[in-house]
Design a protein around this ligand. Structure first.
Ligand SMILES: Cc1cc2nc3c(=O)[nH]c(=O)nc-3n(C[C@H](O)[C@H](O)[C@H](O)COP(=O)(O)OP(=O)(O)OC[C@H]3O[C@@H](n4cnc5c(N)ncnc54)[C@H](O)[C@@H]3O)c2cc1C
Length: 365
C-alpha cells in the first residue's frame, strides 16, 4: 500500500521510478490483511506523524477512491463505552480527536447508539462520521495502476537481497536484477528493519516486533446484527484499537483484530484465538453472540516498534503507541526509511507519500 502510494507520488515528478516487491503479487502483506478501515485520526498523539498523516490521508483516500473507482463507503463509526466508568476516557478521546482536527465528533447516548446499531449495548459512544471502509486490495491496485500509467516500473518477484553504498549511488541487488539508484526508499513493512540492516545502517536498531491480529466472521444469518463500524474503547496498552465489528463492503461482518506478539514474521496461523474467546470478548458490546455464530477468518501482522516488555498502561495514546518513523538515513542521506508503519498506515498512505516526495526532492535537488 505504502510503496505503491509512494510510487504514484514520485512518478508524478520523476521518470525513473522502480518499485521492487519480493512476492509474486502486490499487497500480499499487511496491506491486504487488515480491517480496511479509513481511519479518522481520533487516537493518535496531537502533532505526531500518525495524527497528521491519518487526518490528511483520510481526506486524500476518499478523494482518490472516488476518482479512481475504488470501492469504498463513508459509514461513520461508533466508539462505544460500556459503562459510566468509561465516560471520562471517552470524553478525553473525543477531545484528542478534535485536537487532531477530526471533524464533527459528537458524544451520543444509549438511545442514539440503539437507533444506529439496535443490537449494541453501550452507555455512551463517540460518533465519528469521517470513518469509512475501503477494499484494500483494490486500493493497492489502483495506486499501482496510476504509477505505472505515469511510467513507474513495478517489478514483482524482486526480493532485495543486497544494498551497497557509494558516495552518490546505492547499488540494489534483487532477485530480479540490479539497479544503481540515486535515491532509495525502504518501505518494506514488517521487514523494513532488515532492509535497513542490509545497508549496515543504525536505523536497523529500530527493531520490528510482529504482533498478529486474528479475525473471525459472523455467520451470514447474524451478519446484520451490525450495520456499520463499532469499536470498543481502545486498549490501554497501545497494542491496538481493540476487537471491533466491521460490516464490510460485501455485507459480511468481521470481528477483530486481536493482538498477540509472535516470534515469526510469517506466522499467520499458529495458535489462533479460538471462536469461544472471541465470543466471550464480544459479548460485552454484542450480547447474545455465541461461539457457534463465529468462524475463523483471515489474520494480519502488525509492524510494531514496541517490545513486549515496554507496553504502556493507562492512557490510550501512551508510549505503547510509538509514532511512524519516516526519515532520511543520518549516515546514508540518499536513503529514506519508513519503519513501524502499522495502523493507520492504509489510511495515511497518500499523505505519507507526499511526505516522502518532499524528502526525495531534497535528495535529488
Ligand atoms: C491486523 C491489521 C489491521 C489493520 N487495519 C488497518 C485499518 O483498518 N486501517 C488502516 O489505516 N490501517 C490498518 N492497518 C495497517 C495497514 O494495513 C498497514 O499500515 C499498511 O498496510 C502498511 O503498508 P506497507 O506497504 O508499509 O506494508 P506491507 O503491506 O507489509 O508491504 C511491504 C511490502 O514489502 C515487501 N518486502 C519486504 N521485504 C522486501 C525485500 N527485501 N525486497 C522487496 N520487497 C520486500 C513485502 O513483500 C510487502 O509486500 C492494519 C494492519 C494490520 C496488521
Amino acid at each position: 500500500m505504502v510503496g505503491c502510494a509512494i510510487a504514484r507520488a514520485l512518478s508524478e515528478k520523476w521518470e525513473d521510478v522502480f518499485l521492487l516487491e519480493a512476492l509474486p503479487k502486490l499487497g500480499l502483506g499487511a496491506s491486504s490483511r487488515n480491517s480496511g478501515v479509513i481511519h479518522s485520526g481520533l487516537y493518535y498523539r496531537p502533532g505526531s506523524l500518525k495524527a497528521r498523516h491519518c487526518v490528511r490521508g483520510n481526506h486524500l483516500t476518499y478523494e482518490f477512491c472516488a476518482s479512481h473507482g475504488v470501492p469504498h463507503r463513508k459509514t461513520g463509526k461508533l466508539v462505544v463505552a460500556s459503562s459510566a466508568a468509561d465516560s471520562e476516557e471517552l470524553s478525553a478521546l473525543a477531545e484528542n480527536g478534535r485536537a487532531n482536527g477530526v471533524p464533527d465528533l459528537r458524544i451520543v447516548d444509549r438511545a442514539a447508539i440503539r437507533a444506529r446499531e439496535p443490537r449494541i449495548e453501550g452507555w455512551q459512544a463517540i460518533d465519528v462520521p469521517s470513518t469509512g471502509i475501503v477494499s484494500s486490495e483494490e486500493l493497492v491496485r489502483a495506486y499501482a495502476r496510476v504509477a505505472t500509467d505515469r511510467g513507474a516500473n513495478i517489478v514483482t518477484n524482486a526480493n532485495v537481497e543486497k544494498l551497497e553504498r557509494s558516495p552518490d549511488r546505492i547499488r540494489v541487488t534483487s532477485a530480479a536484477g540490479e539497479i544503481e539508484a540515486r535515491c532509495l526508499i525502504n518501505s518494506a513493512g514488517l521487514y523494513s528493519d532488515e532492509v535497513a540492516g542490509l545497508l549496515g545502517s543504525k536505523m536497523a536498531e529500530h527493531k520490528i516486533y510482529p504482533v498478529r491480529g486474528d479475525y473471525c466472521e459472523l455467520s451470514r444469518a447474524k451478519a446484520d446484527w451490525i450495520r456499520g463500524l463499532v469499536y470498543p474503547m481502545p486498549r490501554s496498552d497501545g497494542l491496538g484499537l481493540g476487537v471491533h465489528f466491521t460490516r464490510t463492503l460485501w455485507g459480511n461482518t468481521l470481528l477483530g483484530p486481536t493482538a498477540r506478539y509472535v516470534g515469526d514474521k510469517n506466522d499467520y496461523e499458529r495458535n489462533r484465538v479460538s471462536v469461544e474467546e472471541f465470543a466471550e470478548g464480544a459479548r460485552l458490546l454484542l450480547p447474545g453472540i455465541e461461539a457457534a455464530d463465529l468462524a475463523p477468518a483471515h489474520s494480519g501482522i502488525r509492524a510494531k516498534l514496541t517490545p513486549p516488555s515496554q507496553l504502556s498502561s493507562g492512557h490510550f495514546h501512551g508510549t505503547g503507541m510509538p509514532d511512524f518513523i519516516i526519515q532520511r538515513d543520518p549516515e546514508v542521506p540518499n536513503v529514506v526509511h519508513l519503519i513501524g508503519i502499522e495502523s493507520p498506515g492504509l489510511t495515511s498512505a497518500p499523505a505519507i507519500a507526499e511526505h516522502v516526495r518532499e524528502l526525495v526532492a531534497e535528495i535529488l535537488a
